[in-house]
Design a protein around this ligand. Structure first.
Ligand code: ZN
Length: 139
């Protein structure tokens, strides 16, 4: 029978642009769910963050943040949304990088590459609380 569990991860962010590694949190939720084979959806219900997957290495974390800033252009005079709310860049980042990632679960373990950690990409911090839903489905 298919089992579905929903859990929340809550994190506090301290910078405007920041990567927060949530791999351990997600893996704990998958373990606790008891699902042996299925999928895990990692989803952030926010319009100014993204969920991304890559290596947790200090230099690379810096590189990804540099590129995210270059791509989204915070403070650019061309962003019309900044007239009402000074965070158009973060909405654009969320729209293009995406609010979710899905992972396979095989033999009770979340499947990811050795250099694939799961991150919340904050683009409009600092925020006292960001939520991430983890929906685990399977048998
Ligand atoms: Zn906004």
């Amino acid at each position: 029978m298919v089992k579905v569990t929903v859990e929340y991860i809550r994190v506090k962010t301290s910078e405007r642009f920041q990567l927060i590694d949530i791999t351990k949190n997600v893996e704990e939720i998958v373990e606790k769910s008891g699902v042996k084979n299925g999928i895990a959806l990692v989803y952030a219900p926010h319009a100014t963050v993204a969920i991304i997957v890559n290596e947790h290495e200090g230099g690379l974390i810096n590189d990804i943040l540099v590129k995210a800033k270059e791509f989204t252009e915070p403070g650019s005079p061309k962003w019309r949304h900044n007239v009402v709310d000074d965070n158009a860049h973060a909405h654009i980042g969320s729209a293009f990088f995406g609010s979710d990632r899905v992972f396979p679960i095989v033999n009770g373990r979340l499947v990811r590459g050795t250099w694939q950690n799961i991150f919340l990409l904050e683009m409009d911090g600092p925020r006292p609380s960001r939520e991430i839903l983890v929906v685990v489905m399977g048998e």
